[in-house]
Design a protein around this ligand. Structure first.
Ligand code: HSE
Length: 441
């Protein structure tokens, strides 16, 4: 049988990795797919740029539309990133009856509902495994492997750059900016690295995971998103003294009142496997009612790790080329007409535990005031450390650092308690609050 011809948009880190993996593993891939797979046409912004791959017989152009419009090409692999041109090309490919493979999480998170509707109407597939957690086949695991379960929650380290930064800060005491530069050099970071450190990239991925876990439409704008830029080495150390690690987690949870979708720094017990996921590695914990907790671990970014997911998607598409569209796995795991409109819970209504850090004047009654405020809101304290003030300060200036871990409370009550604590004369500066999850049940 003739090889399937693939058009590639983008020859950067992941595009180059995809060419390399498809070339190197061509024989094994053909045995798996049942026919050869060839990239015959590719678009790149700058044709003179040095690449990590050999482009050999691939026809090259700077115009992605030429690739999409090439009548020989049956599958378009979109690896240009961004939202405008990528969306235009993906919609054009669908309109022309071509299947699409993409690693573009921003595109799927923002426009997936529209893209999947168009693909369904045209009877083509849009595969996006590489959009979440790089090389980890988490979409396949949740959409197919766990299809018998009622999924209760999932929690993941889904941004490699952020995890790399937190790990280097903890292990080497490195400074935030230097580690970020290193992540950019290694090709992990987004074109705009604020997407990594402010949690936007993780929120894109979380909205995709939540959609396929709970059978809801993509709702990226409803993800509560907080980055890691305010995490200090001090917080990392205090968390460690209390038996916790700080990780930047994406959490999606089904509750009786709605679905939680949130990305924020989180204390997790250091004995949890996921607390020990370091560097650029990603991991996703998924709790199903039948299977219990399951965990998926691997490289979340990088040329060939991401290409691994892209190529697996291409193989999946090739295997399903002749299947009736209605017999394919639905894009969002649930049949398109069976998606649920269950509400997304506002952050004020989320229930979780907290790490609090504050600077208090070293005088009698301060701790009593703080515990009274917490007690009035039914906030129970699980652990506490008070650090002696430095000797060098005068009596007026002497403040003690107080760190508290609380039991579960609704976020709205915690917000009120923090406002009242900050209003106390004896409290200097803002209260640091980091959410805490035990991830056990
Ligand atoms: N910037 C992303 C990360 C790349 O660091 O995880 C993979 O999506």
């Amino acid at each position: 049988m003739e090889p399937v011809k693939v058009g590639l948009l983008g020859l950067g880190t992941v595009g180059g990795g995809t060419v390399n993996v498809l070339t190197r593993n061509a024989a094994e891939i053909t045995r798996r797919a049942g026919r050869g797979i060839e990239i015959t046409h590719a678009a790149a912004r700058d044709l003179k740029k040095a690449r990590i791959c050999k482009t050999g017989n691939i026809k090259l152009t700077t115009d992605p539309q030429q690739v999409v419009d090439d009548p020989e090409v049956q599958i378009i692999v979109e690896l240009i990133g961004g939202e405008t041109l990528a969306k235009e090309m993906v919609m054009r490919a669908i309109a022309k009856g071509k299947h699409v493979v993409t690693a573009n999480k921003a595109l799927i998170a923002n426009y997936g509902n529209e893209i999947f509707a168009a693909a369904q109407a045209r009877g083509v597939m849009v595969a996006f495994e590489a959009a979440v957690a790089g090389g980890i086949p988490i979409i396949k695991a949740v959409r197919e492997g766990l299809a018998g379960n009622n999924i209760e929650w999932l929690a993941g380290i889904i941004n490699g750059t952020g995890n790399f930064i937190l790990t280097e800060m903890r292990d080497k005491g490195s400074n935030f900016a230097d580690v970020l530069v290193e992540a950019q050099r290694l090709g992990y970071a987004e074109a705009d690295p604020t997407f990594d450190v402010e949690g936007i990239d993780a929120a894109h991925k979380l909205s995709i995971l939540a959609a396929i876990a709970f059978g809801i439409p993509l709702q990226f704008k409803k993800v509560y998103t907080e980055g890691i830029t305010k995490i200090t080495r001090e917080d990392v150390n205090y968390a460690e003294q209390l038996g916790y690690r700080i990780k930047h987690l994406g959490i999606a949870k089904r509750t009786p009142n709605g679905i939680e979708m949130r990305v924020h720094p989180t204390l997790i017990p250091e004995r949890r496997l996921i607390a020990n996921v370091d560097g650029v590695m990603n991991a996703v914990l998924v709790k199903g009612d039948a299977v219990g907790p399951t965990m998926y671990y691997g490289a979340g970014a990088g040329a060939e790790a991401t290409a691994s997911a892209v190529v697996a998607d291409i193989i999946d598409v090739v295997r399903m080329l002749t299947a009736d569209p209605e017999n394919r796995v639905p894009h969002l795991a649930f049949q398109a007409d069976a998606l649920s409109n269950v509400p997304i819970l506002p952050m004020e209504e989320v229930i979780t535990c907290y790490y609090l850090k504050m600077q208090a004047a070293d005088k009698p009654g301060v701790l009593a005031d703080i515990t009274r405020i917490l007690g009035e809101r039914n906030i129970s304290i699980e652990a506490m450390i008070q650090k002696e003030p430095a000797e060098s300060f005068s009596n007026e200036e002497r403040t003690a650092t107080i760190i508290m871990l609380t039991h579960k409370v609704i976020e709205g009550s915690m917000n009120q308690a923090i406002r009242e604590i900050e209003a106390l004369d004896a409290i200097k500066g803002p209260v640091t609050r980091i959410r805490m999850e035990h991830l056990s049940r």
